[in-house]
Design a protein around this ligand. Structure first.
Ligand code: MN
Length: 383
């Protein structure tokens, strides 16, 4: 079951293609007396109050909704009739860089002839602090951003990006809170991880290339970050938690745990050009990969995020970093799939792509096993 927020109904829970209204469930008395979850929390138009309630309340809510769904099979709305809004108000947003294949590919493309991984990469999950206010829900169009771009002759000009890219990522939705100055231990990660969303970290590679030295990504990323309207609770993904890849050298003690926190989720990227859409050609799969190969797990990322005493708040969101696999066709960004623009991808309408064109629509999908479907996230590029 996935949690979302409909513009009219408020919090809804999807079970397959059917959605259960939490407000209707509360009105019918099916969700009374769940510790930490008031009627106001359940009938709000965001998940933040639910996120604030913490792990025990989430598990209880999950069980009670499951029971309500089984007891009243008639009280459903078709998910296709919903109009999903942002499921929660994002507090802080951090984006990691935790796929070793992605980091190695980017190192090769951006710093040819040098060691592709920076010296710190295997010692900590590298990240930057992103912009919470421009995280948008699936379906929101993305305006092609303008920025300061260095031309091939080195001349700088402010103008529209010519290297607009995607990043296939999984976002983690945080609940509960920690106090400033009190690091969360890695074994407490399960108390704070509510669930996951699919996330597209839209990136303007030319703006990013000029601005990032030495303080990291900013305007090349902050124009838009799209998330799915559905949050998949980690409770539903427990059967798919697996051991992550071996880590060498052994990470610092604050990043070590015996718990399994890699997630076996299949991920796909689909692209639909304007001409494909007009001709009725379905979106075309340009990449397929799996999330379990991520080098740093979501628990290590969260432990690292608080390791200096930074506090967690309900609605914090952190993303995995681009998920790329080890082989061609499993990369999570166009800069990798087209190898820096040198190997254009062929689309079914006869055109090719290095980076995104106006009118392109990108869809990210994810699933675990045959029954768990993550919410998709899509967006169309506008001029
Ligand atoms: Mn990213």
């Amino acid at each position: 079951m996935n949690y979302g927020v409909d513009r009219a109904l408020g919090i809804v829970v999807a079970v397959g293609d059917r959605a259960f209204s939490v407000r209707a469930g509360a009105d019918a008395g099916l969700l009374d007396a769940i510790e930490g979850l008031s009627r106001e929390a359940l009938t709000a138009h965001s998940l933040n109050a639910v996120l604030a309630a913490g792990r025990a309340s989430w598990t209880a809510l999950h069980e009670r909704v499951d029971e309500a769904v089984r007891r009243s099979p008639g009280d459903f709305v078709d998910v296709h009739d919903l109009n999903l809004r942002m499921p929660f108000e994002v507090a802080d947003y951090v984006d990691f860089y935790s796929s070793i294949h992605h980091a190695t590919n980017l190192g090769r493309l951006l710093r040819p002839g040098t060691e592709p991984l920076m010296a710190n990469w295997r010692h900590l999950p590298v990240s930057y602090h992103g912009r919470a206010g421009t995280v948008v829900v699936t379906g929101t169009p993305v305006r092609r951003p303008k920025g300061l771009i260095a031309g091939e002759d080195g001349a700088l000009a402010y103008g529209p990006t010519a290297r607009l890219d995607i990043e296939l990522e999984v976002g983690v939705v945080v609940g509960g809170h920690t106090d400033v100055g009190e690091p969360m231990t890695i074994d407490q990660a399960g108390e704070h991880i509510f669930g996951v969303v699919l996330l597209n970290d839209w990136s303007a590679r030319d703006i990013q290339a000029y601005e990032y030295q030495p303080l990291g990504p900013h305007l090349g990323k902050s124009f838009a970050t799209s998330i799915s309207g559905w949050v998949t609770p980690i409770d539903d993904l427990r059967p798919f938690l697996v051991a992550g890849p071996p880590q060498e050298p052994l990470p610092s003690a604050h990043l070590r745990t015996v718990e399994r926190w890699a997630i076996d989720v299949d991920l796909r990227v689909l692209l639909e050009s304007r001409t494909m859409r007009q001709a009725g050609v379905p979106p075309y799969e340009i990449s397929a990969t799996n999330f379990a190969g991520l080098y740093w797990t979501i628990a290590q990322q969260l432990a690292h995020l608080t390791s200096n005493g930074a506090a967690l708040r309900p609605g914090d969101l952190y993303a995995s970093g681009t998920v790329s696999g080890p082989t061609r066709g499993t990369e999570g960004s166009l800069i990798e799939l087209s190898w820096g623009g040198q190997e254009p991808l062929a689309l079914p309408d006869g055109t090719t792509r290095t980076f995104l064109q106006d009118g392109d629509r990108v869809i990210l999908e994810g699933s675990a096993g045959t029954r768990v479907r993550l919410g998709s996230v899509e967006g169309e590029i506008l001029q």
